[in-house]
Design a protein around this ligand. Structure first.
Ligand code: GLU
Length: 403
């Protein structure tokens, strides 16, 4: 009998986590590596948030809390949804977990039965299909349109829905493309969903505050109130407040779904860190003005990277609306050999050779379900990004087509 479970066999290690680890290990060995793999802001957590955590420690707020979050944080989350998204939730409709990943785990594992389908637009965040598989469901991938910044059409969504569809996972601005759906584009999708009342909507809004050029963020339950009773609106403090290590994600939705998620969490991790929860209260209730300042820096970096990548032979890079990712196409680099003689047949070959030969760590497109591309996380310094673009250009200039 095999030692490992069949459900573990259905998944692979997270490629985003793996690239981030690899870059860190190479740096520790003294290699000159520029890490553009991790989806994590380089900014520090704001001081007022750190102070709130320190105060919580000194006040002895270091014990177990309610399994899915303290009431103060749930209320702060309700206030955030009302203030920023026009969505009315009560604290018993809110669940707080150890990062957005656990929120998705809870919701999918609590609801999926074998053979049920989850529609996932591609390119997708690497963990969506594997969490679905762990839950015994089947990911149904709908490819985005290249000329639409990899967004999906309402026709493609309609065609993917079957009687077995349980969830539609929506993510805007997107990891890995940065593409954001306008209100009109999202309404076209929610119109489709209104025709299929058995389909639930999971909206991953983690990159809400990372939007540029006047792009207005919208979320499904806001655009189509008719979906409110079957939508889980997911968010977290990691990306907006530079709090990736604190591990706080949250969601709001129908009470019976939230209760099911609480039951599951009560049998796994119980509450997320009490100290992190108090820090998240301050993040959501405290000053928000630095968000716009940081978005300015990200906008500058996005423009720097898009221009730098488009200057590389064989790379085509669109200008996305948000997040801190770009997802250039490298179709014209396939069927080449690198300066050091590596064959480039896939985007994984490209990324491996780029790391080996130029010390630039990015994540290959196949990990996100749409190739040949790669993901750049530009949440790092302008100087590192400028140098990375120089290296990527040199690498592309060294590629020779083979017949
Ligand atoms: N969400 C981030 C990323 O895509 C963090 C790593 C992960 O959990 O995937 O890079």
């Amino acid at each position: 009998m095999p030692f490992l479970s069949e459900s573990l066999d259905r998944i692979k290690p997270s490629p985003t986590v793996a690239v981030t680890q690899l870059a860190a290990e190479l740096k520790a060995q003294g290699r000159d590596v520029i890490g553009l793999g991790a989806g994590e802001p380089d900014f520090d957590t704001p001081e007022n948030i750190k102070d709130a955590a320190i105060a919580a420690i000194h006040a002895g707020k270091t014990k177990y809390t309610a399994p899915d979050g303290i009431i103060e944080l749930k209320q702060a989350i309700c206030d955030k949804f009302a203030r920023e998204n026009g969505l009315v939730y009560t604290p018993d409709q809110v669940s707080v977990s150890t990062g957005g990943k656990q929120v998705l785990f809870n919701a999918l594992l609590a609801t999926l039965n074998p053979g049920e389908e989850v529609i996932i637009p591609a390119p997708y965040w690497v963990s969506y299909p594997d969490i679905v598989r762990l839950g015994g469901g089947d990911p149904i991938v709908v490819e985005g349109e290249r000329q639409m910044g990899y967004k999906i059409t309402p026709e493609a969504l309609e065609a993917a829905i079957t009687p077995k569809t349980k969830w539609f996972i929506f993510n805007s601005p997107s990891n890995p493309t940065g593409a954001g759906y306008t209100e009109q584009e999202l309404k076209a999708l929610t119109d489709v969903l209104m025709r299929h009342p058995h389909v639930w909507v999971m909206s991953d809004d983690m990159y809400e505050h990372l939007a540029y050029d006047g792009f207005t963020f919208v979320t499904p339950a806001q655009v189509e109130p008719g979906l409110y009773d079957r939508t889980l609106t997911v968010n977290g403090v990691s990306k907006a407040y530079a709090m990736t290590g604190w591990r706080i994600g949250y969601a709001a939705g129908p009470k019976h779904l939230i209760a099911a998620m609480r039951k599951l969490q009560g049998q796994s991790t119980t509450n997320p860190s009490s100290i992190s929860q108090w820090a998240a209260v301050e993040a959501l209730n405290g000053p928000q003005d630095f968000l716009a300042e940081r978005a300015e820096a990200f906008l500058r970096r996005r423009n720097l990277v898009v221009a730098g990548l488009n200057a590389c032979p064989g790379i085509t890079c669109a200008t996305p609306e948000g997040a801190f990712y770009v997802y250039p196409s490298i179709a014209d680099c396939m069927g080449t050999v690198s300066a050091q003689g590596r064959e480039i047949k896939t985007d994984e070959d490209f990324c491996t050779a780029l790391l080996e030969e130029e010390g630039v760590a990015v994540v290959f497109g196949a990990a996100f379900g749409l190739s040949p591309n790669f993901r750049v996380s530009y949440a790092t310094s302008d100087a590192a990004l400028t140098e990375a673009c120089v290296r990527i250009k040199r690498f592309c200039e060294g590629l020779k087509h083979v017949d």
